[in-house]
Design a protein around this ligand. Structure first.
Ligand code: KIV
Ligand code: ZN
Length: 509
């Protein structure tokens, strides 16, 4: 089944959510799913329903929220397949995605099974899944370190059993582009019924080769590629959709294939996913990094002014990156604000618009110029779907050179107001120590990032905090004109998310 169209299977909500510290709730997953659909992905892998109730509900929610295909990941177990089918069956185009490891090391140490047992399990589970759903994908986990003849034998059998897509993951990001391309070509040449299925690839980025390996696979016959926005995912992540799509678009002269991605929505999608997951984008990241289209050296700037093609192989406009412009001011009304949010692609509920508008007004009082970036930051910092277990009431911090910092802080826990006075070395240590005492949640800090949005003197401070709890990381984020306030709100966001998930306070998780 080879044609000229590349199918984009997006796994931002499944493999991407396996990025350490990423914990999205249902509202956030639905927002991402809608953005992915707008971006033009063909299939959204919405989660792994047997893994947790939260994943099950997320797949179910996404299945009824979008029109594109929705896939549920399942191990080769009847109980996983039943749970996966239950979650995805109401999708307009449901898909079951079954996986089983095929490399010697995984079969021996992880599955404790012989190749014959793996073969039998894969084929019988695909046949069972096919009795429920017509669209079946089968993945040979750790395919790139598996024996080629064993892979070919399994693929032939699962295609006979009903698999319509066969996925070849480079699970540990081990292959080199030529080698991976030849591996795909060999599968294509040696699986007799391969024309009845789409060959897919799923490349991890451990050696920084996920995009290159994906392109090499395409050049050798793969027609589905599995990607995430910003390349997020397990360990070093997955193949980044924006990179592979812009490579295909820019080098259409060499690889003449089509896809359904609206490249003008790449930049916005990248930002939305970064904000909601709390995974920052490196400034040098291709396509979507802040520096991706910045020309620093005088020679480059001169060349670009004379003719952009001297140093630009694609334009910022082609990925939807536009100049930051002054858009709204102090006197703008609620209607103009909500219309502007819509024009930026943010579809908020009435309650969310109310919250965002209040924050916009507060900001407009403090800041002369309100840009698209400010408005996006406010829209994406919406807390209305996070249970406000702890809420900031007030704080006063004093700090200075060669002196200890001191904070007086009040937070609300239900109706109770809790207060603390704390003195220590450094404003953030002081603030976070006070919060740890107040919330009685003494979780070590895994990371703390602060960024100005947009750049410039009059910027908002965006803080992303990760706290470690019982071997897991939780992320909290916030923006404010006051960076200490943003730091406090991000900390409380993190604690509120973790506690809500733990106490199952919110079925949305
Ligand atoms: O990396 C991998 O092998 C996977 C499979 C489940 C497709 O994520
Ligand atoms: Zn993976």
């Amino acid at each position: 089944m080879e044609n000229n169209r590349i199918i984009i299977f997006d796994t931002t909500l499944r493999d991407g959510e396996q990025t350490p510290g990423v914990n999205l709730n249902l509202t956030e997953k639905l927002e991402i799913a809608k953005q992915l659909e707008a971006l033009g992905v063909d299939i959204i892998e919405a989660g792994f329903p047997a893994a947790s109730n939260g994943d099950y509900l997320a797949v179910k929610g996404v299945a009824s929220a979008v029109n594109c295909s929705v896939a549920a990941l399942c191990r080769c177990l009847k109980s996983d397949i039943d749970r996966g089918w239950d979650a995805v069956k109401l999708a307009k185009k449901p898909r079951l995605h079954l996986f089983l490891a095929t490399s010697e090391i995984h079969m021996k140490y992880k599955l404790k099974s012989t190749p014959d047992e793996v073969f039998e399990r894969a084929t019988s589970c695909v046949a069972y899944a096919k009795s429920l759903c017509s669209d079946i994908e089968f993945s040979c986990e750790d395919a790139s370190r598996s024996d080629l003849s064993f892979i070919c034998k399994i693929l032939e059998a699962v295609i006979d059993a009903g698999a319509t897509t066969v996925n070849i993951p480079d699970t540990v990001g081990y292959k080199i582009p030529n080698e991976f391309g030849s591996f795909i070509a060999a599968i294509k040449a040696n699986v007799p019924n391969i024309a009845k299925a789409v060959i897919s690839v799923h490349c991890h980025n451990d050696l920084g080769l996920a995009v290159s390996n994906t392109i090499s696979a395409i050049q050798n016959g793969a027609r589905q590629i599995e990607t995430t926005v910003n390349g997020i995912g397990e360990r070093a992540g997955n193949c980044a959709v924006e990179e592979v799509i812009m490579a295909l678009t820019t080098r259409k002269d060499l690889i003449n294939l089509t896809h359904n991605i609206d490249t003008s929505l790449i930049y916005r999608s990248s930002k939305i996913i970064s904000k909601l997951t709390g995974v920052p984008i490196h400034v040098c990241k291709p396509i979507v990094g802040d520096n991706a289209f910045a020309h620093e050296s005088g020679i480059h700037q001169h060349g670009v002014l004379a003719n952009p093609l001297t140093y630009e192989i694609m334009t910022p406009q082609s990925v939807g990156k536009t100049e930051s412009t002054l858009v709204l001011g102090k006197l703008s009304g609620r209607h103009a604000f909500s219309a502007h949010l819509e024009s930026l692609g943010y579809h908020l509920s009435k309650g969310e618009i109310d919250e965002a508008f209040t924050r916009f007004k507060e900001l407009a009082d403090k800041k002369k110029k309100i840009t698209n970036e400010d408005i996006e930051a406010i829209a994406l910092d919406n807390k209305s779907n996070i249970p406000q277990i702890y809420k900031l009431e007030n704080f006063k911090l004093t700090t200075g050179a060669n002196q200890l910092s001191s904070i007086e802080i009040e937070i609300k826990y239900g109706d109770k107001v809790l207060s603390e006075v704390y003195t220590a070395d450094g404003p953030i240590t002081t603030t976070y120590s006070a919060l740890a005492k107040l919330t009685e949640e003494k979780w070590p800090l895994a990371s703390y990032d602060i960024k100005a949005i947009p750049e410039g003197d009059d910027a908002l401070g965006e803080v992303i905090v990760r706290l470690k709890k019982n071997g897991r990381q939780f992320t909290g984020k916030s923006v404010s004109h006051n960076i200490i306030e943003a730091s406090i709100l991000a900390y409380l966001d993190c604690v509120n998310r973790a506690l809500a998930e733990e106490q199952d306070l919110n079925v949305l998780f």
